[in-house]
Design a protein around this ligand. Structure first.
Ligand SMILES: *Cc1c(COP(=O)(O)O)cnc(C)c1O
Length: 375
């Protein structure tokens, strides 16, 4: 871990403590109030629950330390993505989205932005720069892409987009601020689903937008106030609590993923494996340049839909569930949602279980899918 990251991780755990008076609770109070005591002229004091909430503010403070940028919290990753897009796009403009990224972002663009007069263009993450960025107003990247785990060069693309006067947005959900820092690579805006690793316990949906541009920050905040897309105080409280252990969970998850990916490379039931930390991965060189860690997601391809399903169901320690980033490992065949991946493609999300147990479990279930190996 580099010095900056170490400092951020340590600071995060003492943000609240620095401001306490004798007798104050060390843990963050959960404040649930739509009304605030407000006699006389409003003078910037907390006024109303759609605009102000002390629990969100504490959460946003934590997020802003992680991102080293002001952050605005939203009730889900998609709410954060919607805010970033509605705050940056106008009728007549063009939006570029990855054709192989999180599919709901594409659905949002097609079903709600196109009808408002925004031209939506799609490109695969691999080769995202092909064709350049002239005439594109907002460029939305996802790297590594979910679920295919392809990468695009965030620094090069952000620089090119800035030079043509556009805005770059990066969905950093798969990496978290401990794994990749798109704002430091030059991106204008980061969006993330904190539902995943930051929450980490599969009990809350949340998201956030981070940006160092004051104008974009104001636009996103206005969007939240006026659209009413606000997080519940309880969800904000849960995410605040989750963030306090993100660094230790993420570290374990990435370390385990590397060990597991290396152990699966040569397994006869696995025809293809994708993990940015493998030296044989097509994205490895770029990953080393722009990522601090290689993440906790692994993509493997088995022969058929049936063998992939049997493999997932044969694992004891991988929940057959959609979503990822929780303390409990999970596995999912993504073609079931129509993602453009082979029928036998399985996305593994490595959790916090001891890695030897995970490895034994995976290898046993994979062996059962290997003709001649099943006992
Ligand atoms: C899950 C996910 C989202 C959406 O997050 P929600 O909290 O489910 O709305 C957005 N982008 C990526 C890359 C995701 O994996």
């Amino acid at each position: 871990m580099d010095e900056d990251t170490r400092k951020r991780a340590a600071d995060l755990l003492h943000l609240r403590g620095q401001g306490l008076s004798k007798g104050d609770p060390v843990a963050l109070p959960l404040v649930s109030s739509s009304m605030f005591h407000l006699p006389g002229d409003p003078d910037g004091a907390a006024a109303y629950g759609r605009i102000d909430n002390p629990t969100w503010e504490a959460l946003e403070h934590s997020l802003s330390v992680l991102e080293a940028a002001p952050c605005i919290a939203f009730p889900s990753g998609m709410a954060a993505i919607s805010a970033a897009l509605f705050a940056t796009l106008k009728a007549g403009q063009t939006l570029l989205v990855p054709s192989d990224g999180y599919y709901v972002t594409r659905l949002l663009a097609d079903r709600f932005l196109s009808p408002l007069g925004i031209r939506v263009v799609e490109r695969p993450t691999l080769g995202f720069s092909d064709g350049g960025f002239e005439g594109i107003d907002v460029v939305f990247m996802e790297s590594p892409s979910n679920p295919g785990l392809d990468l695009c060069d965030i620094r090069a693309i952000a620089t090119a987009v800035r030079s043509t006067g556009g805005v770059s947005i990066v969905d950093n959900t798969t990496m978290t601020p401990f794994g990749q820092r798109p704002l430091d690579l030059g991106a204008d805006v980061v969006v993330a689903a904190d539902t995943k690793a930051p929450g980490g316990h599969s009990d809350v949906l949340m998201g956030h937008v981070a940006t160092r541009s004051v104008a974009l920050q104001e636009a996103v905040l206005d969007w939240r106030k006026m659209s009413g897309s606000i997080p519940s105080p309880h969800a904000a409280w849960l995410l605040h609590r989750g963030l306090e252990t993100l660094e230790v969970r993420f570290d374990r998850m990435c370390q385990s993923a590397q060990i597991i990916a290396e152990a699966l490379i040569d397994h006869p039931a696995v025809s293809t494996i994708r993990y940015p930390g493998l030296t044989c991965d097509p994205s490895h060189e770029l990953a080393k340049l722009q990522m601090l860690r290689f993440g906790f997601l692994i993509g493997i391809v088995l022969d058929t839909k049936d063998s992939a399903e049997a493999f997932i169901n044969g694992c004891r320690y991988f929940r057959p569930a959609t979503s990822f980033g929780g303390v409990h490992s999970s596995a999912e065949r993504r073609a079931r949602w129509g993602d453009d991946v082979p029928d036998g493609f399985v996305r593994l999300s490595i959790g916090c279980e001891p890695v030897d147990e995970l490895l034994t479990d995976l290898l046993r279930s994979l062996d059962q899918q290997t003709p001649g190996l099943d006992g």
